[in-house]
Design a protein around this ligand. Sequence first.
Ligand code: LLP
Length: 427
Amino acid sequence: MSYFSYQHGALYAEGVPLADIARQFGTPVYVYSKAAFSDHYAAYATACKANGRSERDALVCYSVKSNSNLAVLNLLAGLGSGFDIVSGGELQRVIAAGGDPRKVIFSGVGKSREEMRLALSHDILCFNVESIPELHRLNEVAGEMGRKARVSLRVNPNVDAKTHPYISTGLKENKFGIAFEDSLATYRVAADLKHIEVTGIDCHIGSQLLDDAPLLEALDKVIELIDQLATEGIVLDHLDIGGGIGITYADEKPVAVSDYLNRLFARIDAWRREKHGGAPIKVMFEPGRSISGNAGILLTEVQFLKHGADKNFAIVDAAMNDLMRPAMYEAFHDVRTVAQRGEEAKVYDVVGPVCESGDWLARQRTLAIAQGDLLAIMSAGAYGMTMASNYNTRGRAAEVMVDGDKAHLIRKRETPQELFALESIPR
Ligand code: LLP
């Protein structure tokens, strides 16, 4: 289902015309669909239940980095979601949004002592640890606090996720995780540390995966390791397969979340029956993009049209600082006109006002537009606002959440004064 669709020639977010949102809140503005977030989350939650038996022991930990607005986190918390965080800041967001810290897992290669202390003080579910020095630091911090830290080791299964090199994380050459061949030894170290309780295993092989074959390959490797560990008396109670399922930006056909989860659970169930007398194991996921990506768009207004001999440019009021993905990864985002009109269609590069040649949002798009028109940059709900910056002293965009026929402002547009409020001139 599309949550952003044309009705009588005008583009809507659910039941609200995008033109009304631009009028009320200005542009550029991120617009989210509440129903889209709920439905995308439900695809995971439902597949976790649908196994013909009673409810599974499974937890979906939404990856906060993909879209971390408090309203989004609050919505997902209300649906029962856990959260995958990568900083103390993200933990504070989850708590401020009413999320349950006991459903939080903490990923990332460089956790500071302060972040560890904060997470331990909120008794989070688990730290996903990525190296031996991190284990020692966590052991020390937990010891100082008189606590035990629940730990999962992020192993690197060396599987080719076949995605963009910048967002592939499961190969040997990546900075992430513990090399597969070192994982047994690292588990032994962890098991000997007094303030560490080894509870799980996790991996994350990359993002925007269209096929689940690499994920199932990673699962097979993880399963093998869990069995090996058990022979040494290290018994894990959960496995976390990470995030990664991709979305449609152009004409990609990603595997359906339900098909992927059904295949994954079928393998897990077969393994548990065969080797563990059917004893269940808790299964966790860390999806980001597949929940937030197509739940949001970036709405922008055409400032000027520049028609040249070689190229036409549509200069809009959104820029690379609002949506970094095209400049950073040459990512494709579909561009739709908010009002379908009868102008002559021309081929445009859609660019922003930032002083960089790399400041483009879309290239070579056939658009029938005039100055003052509104454009929707599609599939911008994930890694859009969360990666935005203030380059060129541009305040970050406002954010609006649409719920049926209501539009709620969920983040105000930043003012220039707010941007330099923390600065001072030495006297
Ligand atoms: N878990 C871990 C440990 C991760 O590193 C990531 C994403 C996720 C979960 C969520 O993955 P997802 O389900 O969203 O694929 N900025 C890039 C994407 C970077 C992804 C980094 N890790 C982009 O805009 O495409």
